[in-house]
Design a protein around this ligand. Structure first.
Ligand SMILES: [Cu+2]
Length: 137
């Protein structure tokens, strides 16, 4: 795929060369390469995350400390949990009561108001989201 597009660009240059200055020829080549590169990118972005990407994400998750919270409300319709939470250094938040999205709707089933939990939260799509939750014992 990439090779074919590259050859296409080179062919275009040789066909057009008689009338072309050097700069225009480079432009044709550049366009050909951009198209070829875009094709490669489209291919990689549709595939599953690579092993190094997964490892990096796992490492990031592992380094997040668990924060303490008490469940105030379970909002099933909006898929949120209202938590009275302790400090969240990774979100630069002091202790407060607020609603979080849940990374997994099953989280709404395992807690009820009054439960003490330990959790991790990250900003996902611009919203504070619980990415890990466990009952405190
Ligand atoms: Cu908060």
């Amino acid at each position: 795929m990439k090779r074919r597009l590259y050859l296409l660009a080179v062919t275009a240059i040789s066909v057009l060369r008689p009338g072309l200055c050097h700069a225009a020829a480079s432009q044709v080549l550049a366009v050909g390469l951009v198209v070829a590169t875009a094709g490669v990118h489209a291919q990689t972005s549709t595939s599953a995350p690579s092993a190094p990407q997964k490892a990096a994400r796992a490492a990031q998750k592992a380094s997040l400390p668990l924060a303490d919270a008490t469940v105030e409300r379970v909002l099933r319709e909006s898929g949120e949990l209202v938590l009275d939470h302790g400090d969240l250094p990774n979100l630069a938040m002091p202790a407060m009561t607020m609603a979080f999205d849940v990374g997994n709707r099953k989280m709404l089933d395992v807690v009820k108001p009054g439960d003490k939990i330990r959790f991790q939260a990250e900003v996902v799509k611009g919203r504070p989201t619980i990415t890990h939750l466990e009952l405190a014992r």
